[in-house]
Design a protein around this ligand. Sequence first.
Ligand code: ADP
Length: 497
Amino acid sequence: MSFSIRWKVTLGTLLAVMLGLVVAGGLAFRSIEQLELARAEEALAARTGLAALALQPLLAPSPPPSDRLQIQARELGIQANARVTVIDRDGRVLADSALSDDALPTLANHRMRPEVASALATGRGTDIRQSDTTGQRLFYLAMRVAPPGAHAISIVRLAMPLTTLESRIRDLQQALGIAFGVAFAVSMLLSFFIARGLTRPLSEIAVVARQLAGGSFERRIPAASNDEVGVLATTLNQMADQLDHDITALRRLETVRKDFVANVSHELRTPLTSIKGYVEALLDGAKDHPEEATRFLQIILKQSDRLNLILEDLLQLSQIESGRVQFRQEPVGLRNVVERTLASVKPLAEKKRHTLSVAIPPDLPPVSGDEDRLVQVLTNLLDNAVKYTPEGGAIHVTARPVREDETIELTVSDTGFGIPAADRPRVFERFYRVDKARSREMGGTGLGLAIVKHIVEGHGGQVWVEGNDPIGSRFVIRLPALKDPRGAVQLSRDTTA
Ligand code: ADP
């Protein structure tokens, strides 16, 4: 089992706090003991000094008067609230406030007692131990006394029981223990809440990240702080936004692709079905009737041409879309483009008795682009104008510079069926037709305007369609005007036709 980050942080903090408390507690316990012992030693030393001073006169004669020494020791013992012992330099006990007079001679030699030995050597000595004599745990302090005129030094030793000192130390340590316990409890609570505050946004981030990984992009992390966690949350939110858009775009593209494949299949099936039908009819016997056979073969030829046309348009469109076709960027005079196009469209227009007119100012600035492609654009527009205008219509081509957006505007208007406003933005989609039957009858592929749009946009221009007054349609193209090497647009005069 793995711990959540919240528990890791909580337990980690607690462990660190506990370690700190244990170390600090241990040090505090020991220093309290040492401090108390040092204080006790100081007090005992002062009392020993005073006792030594009081005993000094009795220690000058040799040998010292043991009766008086014993009385004095007892008296001092009561005053100093301690056991008073007087020892000569050989370790013999001369007097002891805790013993009766007759017990004195039975006492063992005290020379080797640690406090006595160190007092003999350095003048002062201490020890803590259980007393052989009284059975209590005692704090001993011995001092060397050299009374003036005496020829031997003596040792005065005071001892006091440690019970009060030890219980004081215990009390202090107990208080300290309680304080540390409270500190631990408080830090436990604090670390839990801090860990929760710190890790809650992280848990939320984890949840959202898991959802992102699973492909769902709806949930966002509520904005919290400005720290690293906050930055992480914001970044993740941004990533989710980005992914959401990307995925939406991808899905849309996928739909467009599927629609396109379906459309292409449908478009190709119509002429193919027709060809198949007439071939079958020929095989079924129509081939034996020359007139009928010729008619059928003509239909097959027409449908094959249509197939060819669709495939050519598709090929062209896919080349433009894939970016494999590089548009040239050369100065192109639109007058030239219009003249070249009209030459190829004229026979068809004349067949339908349309009138063709052109209005282009003589000093129209050139655009930057690919002349052949622009001829194709205009051919498609004029083709449509001829197709979708009933006999005897009027088709008008204009070009003029537009000062505001530094473009050259090219328009093709007709007096034909027109396009309902709702369909206008959609006619530039692949295979979109306002009237399917009419388009087929006219030999349209439904791709002409899609090609127009691609080429125009590839030139950095725009194309749209408006209603023509009073009837018909008006296609408008705006192409960026050619800039001269100094960057100025060559729009000398705002000339209109
Ligand atoms: P199509 O091969 O069908 O002509 P286009 O992409 O050139 O395909 O045009 C798409 C549709 O836009 C046409 O089917 C037609 O409905 C409409 N359209 C295009 N040009 C005109 C026009 N000048 N007048 C009326 N409708 C038009």
